[in-house]
Design a protein around this ligand. Structure first.
Ligand code: GDP
Length: 310
């Protein structure tokens, strides 16, 4: 399976939700997803699986046989450690900026972290349909922001797209053309964002997002660094000092598919998955095969964020 993992960074109201919706529609991911849902319902599985279609913090879009996992980033400094861990799961980012408002002070923090972990963002100037749009000025402001945040030459040489999420297009020039819709952005992601870095060896994954789910219990999301994982497999959790926190059986593996998460039979290196069934393992711990003895390096953490999902 071909995979790209990206983060989307945008100030609130700059059009993130609208853009992702349009990407889902135009890539056909919605249709694919609906088919899956119908099939599940036909076989009366839906009842059994109730509780898995919980609100996801990531979306997955299929484009040219590649799963593009798009992870949302919390918008402000209160989530410092979490932002850093999330950015460590991805290999690229889209910085989405309103063509009239320009980059806002609140996005500075997340953009700074993204540059620091070495991502080379794609800059998408959105809402160019606004009568007060000033796309070229905003590009300069983004450049100045990156430079002030000590971006490298490679990072300053960012690819730029202009468009209107609401009108369903992104293009290489602010004037359009709009006939290609979101294709330029989707193609650019495949071209500009590297494939996920995977290592040799048995299953290993750093816990990145912890949730308490009313149906599945404790769910931990992360990017699989090496190996594969299957439901019912027994794994262990290593604390950063190498102690074994617990050994337990995985009850379910969920992957992002469209806007929902769906159970999968095999989790592969490079993919971002959520696993249920463990009792203690948390953010920054190493979830791994029983043969692994060394924990992976994780970002230093503040107290783990527990998110309730409904
Ligand atoms: P989010 O907070 O970043 O997720 O932003 P939303 O997608 O919810 O959009 C915020 C507001 O901007 C909504 O009123 C949208 O209709 C509007 N909006 C989104 N995309 C565009 C666009 O391309 N052009 C214009 N003019 N408005 C847009």
């Amino acid at each position: 399976m071909k995979i790209r993992n990206i983060a989307i960074i945008a100030h609130v109201d700059h059009g993130k939700t609208t853009l992702v919706d349009e990407l889902l529609k135009q890539s056909g991911t919605y249709r694919e997803n609906q088919k899956v849902a119908e099939r599940v319902m036909d076989s009366n599985e839906l009842e059994k699986e109730r509780g898995i279609t919980i609100l996801a913090k990531a979306t997955s879009i299929v484009w040219k046989d590649t799963h593009i996992n798009i992870v949302d980033t919390p918008g402000h400094a209160d989530f410092g450690g979490e932002v850093e861990r999330i950015l460590n799961m991805v290999d690229g980012a889209i910085v989405l900026v309103d063509a009239a408002e320009g980059p806002m002070p609140q996005t500075k923090f997340v953009v700074g972290k993204a540059l620091k972990v070495g991502l080379r963002p794609i800059v998408a100037i959105n809402k160019v349909d606004r009568h007060d749009a000033r796309a070229q000025d905003v590009v300069n402001e983004v450049f100045d922001l990156f430079a002030a945040l000590d971006a490298t030459e490679d990072q300053l040489d960012f690819p730029i797209l202009y468009g209107s999420g609401r009108n369903g297009w992104m293009a290489h020039s602010p004037e359009g053309p709009d006939t290609d819709g979101m294709k330029p952005l989707l193609d650019l992601v495949l071209q500009h964002v590297p494939e996920p870095h995977v290592e040799e060896g048995p299953f290993r994954m750093i816990g990145t997002i912890l949730e308490a789910n009313p149906f599945l219990g404790r769910i931990i999301t992360g990017r699989i660094s090496s190996g594969t994982i299957k439901p019912n497999q027994t794994i262990k959790v290593l604390h950063h000092d190498g102690t074994v926190l617990e050994t337990g059986r995985i009850s379910k593996i969920l992957a992002f598919r469209g806007l929902e998460r769906q159970p999968i039979d095999l989790g592969e290196a490079g993919d971002i998955v959520a696993i249920a069934g463990l009792q203690k393992g948390t953010v920054a711990d190493t979830f791994c095969d029983l043969s692994v003895t060394e924990p992976m390096h994780a970002q230093p953490i503040d107290p783990p964020t527990v998110t309730m999902s409904f």
